[in-house]
Design a protein around this ligand. Structure first.
Ligand SMILES: [Zn+2]
Length: 327
């Protein structure tokens, strides 16, 4: 049995909508007033959005459900599904620890509570029956003030081991502030953390070459080969891997058809830029929302050739931040 690695998956978008719906029922959650049956919820949860901003709104709802009290419920189920239905051997799960702390608390207290969130997740992503290795990437967020992002960076450093890297997430706003993010990512690297960053997802506007000196991988980055192929040489030289999440771009309105990704894979191959195929938010995609499903869809849409697959699957392990051991 082939085993796979997924390097880009958000905790907030990792769970099958059925699991979220059952959880809402257990909680007798108010959102069920809008969705008395599962089909309605499923259609809303997995619908294609016009923009990334619209997509992120639903993500926020799930983040609030994933509080300290309920994280064990979600962690266990996502490991179980990833191992059983996707044959994942290794998974890097990313999330913003601040957004999962108690929203009724003042910011200073929420900063303290981030440590507890990481400990709960670390303890619950090692289910005895499903021997998948899960490492954590903590997300900074473009919408948060700098001192909170610095606090996230600190708690990541304090938890090196279970936490292997830092990401920059949130809507692609304020491209002119690139130096703020580059400095934080540089600091993360000097703290021993690996780095990735959501960049070049909806356009190339926020892609500044200064990022390349502080990044190990780029989350998406598809607009580099699409609109700024002149930058690919530098990306290759720095050995930065692109995390490409095909179905996600349909869901966030970035592309209309998967065949548009053909040029991404062709140009990266031409310049020697590595790609790892990932899922981003598989629970928000219409079924089958799995990593093997992404491989199959790319072949089906003639984006890649079947013969390209072993190399792309190997890249999932080679570009991992915390994979030790053997495939
Ligand atoms: Zn993402």
């Amino acid at each position: 049995m082939a085993l796979y690695a997924d390097l880009h998956r958000h905790l907030g978008g990792a769970l099958h909508p059925r699991i979220i719906y059952k959880f809402l029922q257990l909680q007798d959650h108010a959102v069920l007033n809008y969705f008395p049956d599962y089909e309605g919820f499923y259609m809303w949860f997995t619908r294609q959005c016009k923009t990334l901003t619209e997509f992120v709104k639903i993500h926020t709802l799930v983040e609030e459900l994933q509080s300290a009290k309920h994280l064990p419920y979600f962690c266990k189920r996502l490991c179980r599904g990833a191992y059983t239905f996707e044959n994942l051997q290794y998974l890097e799960l990313r999330y913003n620890p601040y957004f999962r702390t108690d929203h009724s608390q003042p910011p200073e207290r929420r900063v303290e509570l981030m440590q507890e969130i990481i400990e709960i997740i670390s303890a619950n992503v090692r289910p005895a029956d499903y021997p998948i290795t899960v490492k954590q990437i903590l997300c900074l967020d473009r919408r948060l003030p700098q001192h909170l992002n610095e606090a996230i960076l600190k708690v990541a450093k304090d938890n090196l081991g279970p936490v292997v890297g830092i990401d920059l997430a949130g809507p692609e706003i304020d491209p002119e502030k690139y130096d703020v993010w580059v400095n934080l990512l540089r600091k993360a690297r000097s703290d021993g953390l690996k780095t990735t960053c959501h960049l070049g997802e909806t356009s190339a506007d926020n892609v500044h070459p200064d990022y390349f000196s502080v990044l190990d991988r780029i989350g998406h980055g598809i607009h580099i080969p699409l609109s700024r192929p002149d930058l690919l040489k530098e990306v290759a030289k720095r050995q930065i891997t692109l995390e490409v999440c095909p179905t996600s771009y349909l869901q966030t309105g970035v592309i209309k058809d998967l065949s548009e990704l053909k040029v991404v894979f062709e140009r990266c191959k031409e310049y020697g830029v590595a790609i790892a195929i990932c899922t981003d938010n598989p629970g928000r995609n219409p079924a089958p929302c799995t990593l093997p499903g992404e491989y199959e869809r790319l072949i089906d849409h003639d984006v890649i050739d079947f013969a390209d697959l072993p190399q792309l699957q190997t890249e999932g392990f080679r570009s991992a931040f915390g994979f030790v051991g053997q495939r």
